[in-house]
Design a protein around this ligand. Structure first.
Ligand code: TYD
Ligand code: MG
Length: 450
């Protein structure tokens, strides 16, 4: 008797679902779902006799590997990883093409090799010659890295396992393929299967494995987002258009804190860890220009000072443009609405552009007041007072809410030379920086603009 279907699988992309549907939710193809009952294991065990019992193990007999890390000795990368690569872990480094993924993994490979680790680098994306050129530029060509110029994933894994490498790097996941799958290379089914094999490989051989993956704007379906649930750590590279600062952010980390960020600068000799990110982020700060406001956000375990820039110009467009970079457009709309209703500054007849300098994306609500101040300053074309920073979340009612970890933020602003900060009323005093407590948006604006 045939076993009852356990679900339906799309013949085009491999997506599975418990309930039948006429259209695949993943690749949007019509009438491609087919019932399946078997597990996705190797063909030989499909539909086989009852499974053998699995191995058991006393929890206390499992070696305690806390602290057993493989540091890459690239400070900002180790920070984001939580102290280095964990043995047998699978790490995904995602980002837009050209942001510096290959550069970072090659530098990490070189540092690891310099510590006597054996490192294999699968260059699926580029020819060995291109990798050599980059390595020469980075001054690491003689570091002792082994190249695997191959795109068949199983072949790469077999080579790395046989060589007993300490670290395997795959650049990129989209460039390798799993043989036997009929879907296109880089497609969702290929990515999921490759991800599953990589997990088995990394865990089974205790080989720390790093894969890179391109994400396109909007994180399209065939992107590495599909792998996020499989891998141990997901690090995404972010940047602002044209900036040289690169921010590496852990969006998932089974071995460390999520939301930890590493800050790098792309130079002529590769990526350099930025020791003092606030000063890199404030590099272009011009206190005399209108539309510029400084705040401090908490990123992972540390406070970072950064600048919000805004520009507002009269327009004849019926629906004026709103362009946001480094912050959500919806946040910009909301703050403009609050500015109009609660602050009395209407930008309805202006095109408005707002951006965060240095490539950081704002997630911290305590940056609201700085965005609002920058917008108000831009709309009225008046610079904000020199040496003054802004801290606080803005509510729809126009009240300013307290920021978490205000003391650490204020200390960082003080360290960066700011002498005054507009803060929500009730913020405890801080050493070295004069506080300007405000309750509402209107309050904040009257203290900042004439
Ligand atoms: P790359 O690491 O190839 O990006 P990805 O792998 O994410 O696609 O980096 C590409 C960019 O970095 C390219 O525009 C050249 C620049 N770059 C430098 O500025 N300095 C360097 O030392 C290197 C190696 C690259
Ligand atoms: Mg690359």
């Amino acid at each position: 008797m045939p076993r009852a279907a356990r679900g339906y699988r799309c013949a085009a992309c491999g997506w599975t679902t418990a309930a039948y549907a006429g259209r695949c939710s993943q690749c949007q193809a019509w009438n491609t779902l087919e019932p399946f009952a078997e597990s996705r294991g190797p063909a030989s065990i499909r539909g086989a006799s009852p499974a053998l019992p699995a191995r058991t193990l006393a929890l206390n007999d499992v070696p305690d590997e806390a602290g057993l890390r493989l540091p890459t000795r690239i400070d900002e990368l180790d920070r984001v990883l939580g102290g280095g690569l964990a043995p047998g872990s699978l790490v995904l480094i995602g980002g837009d093409p050209g942001i510096g993924k290959s550069t970072l993994v090659l530098q990490a490979a070189a540092r690891l090799a310099a510590q006597g680790k054996s490192v294999a680098y699968v260059c699926g994306e580029e020819s060995p010659r291109q990798v050599r050129m980059r390595a020469t530029r980075l001054g690491v060509a003689d570091a002792g890295i082994t190249l695997i110029p191959e795109t068949n994933l199983d072949a790469c894994l077999a080579t790395a396992a046989a060589a007993g490498v300490d670290v395997l790097i795959i650049d990129s996941i989209q460039s390798v393929y799993v043989e036997g799958l009929e879907t296109r290379s880089g497609g969702p089914a290929q990515l999921s299967e490759a991800g599953a094999r990589l997990v088995t490989f990394a865990k089974g051989n205790e080989i720390a494995t790093i894969v890179t993956g391109h994400v396109t704007k909007g994180g399209e379906i065939a992107g590495p987002r599909l792998l996020e649930h499989l891998v141990d750590a997901v690090l995404y590279f972010e940047t602002a258009e044209g900036g040289s600062v690169r921010v590496l952010r852990a969006v998932k980390n089974r071995f460390g804190a999520t939301d930890e960020v590493g800050v790098f600068e792309m130079t002529g000799e590769g990526l350099q860890s930025v020791e003092n990110p606030s000063s890199a982020l404030l590099e272009s700060h011009d206190a005399m220009a209108s539309g510029c406001a400084v705040t401090a956000v908490i990123e992972g375990s540390r406070p970072l000072a950064l600048e919000v820039q805004a520009l507002a110009v009269p327009t004849n467009l019926a629906s004026p443009r709103r362009i946001a970079s480094g912050l959500e457009t919806s946040r910009l709309h909301l703050l403009l609405a609050v500015l109009a209703r609660r602050g009395g500054i209407n930008t309805g007849g202006m095109d408005v552009v707002a951006s965060v300098t240095g490539g950081l994306r704002l997630r911290d609500p305590a940056a609201d007041l700085a965005v609002l101040a920058a917008l108000a300053s831009a709309a009225t074309d008046q610079p904000l007072p020199r040496g003054t920073a802004f801290l606080g979340e803005v509510a729809l009612s126009g009240t300013i809410r307290r920021a978490q970890q205000a003391q650490r933020r204020l200390a960082e602003l003080g360290r960066m030379g700011f002498t005054r900060c507009v803060v929500p009323a009730g913020t405890p005093p801080a050493e070295g920086i004069q506080l300007e407590p405000v309750r509402t948006v209107r309050d904040a604006l009257t203290r900042s603009l004439r």
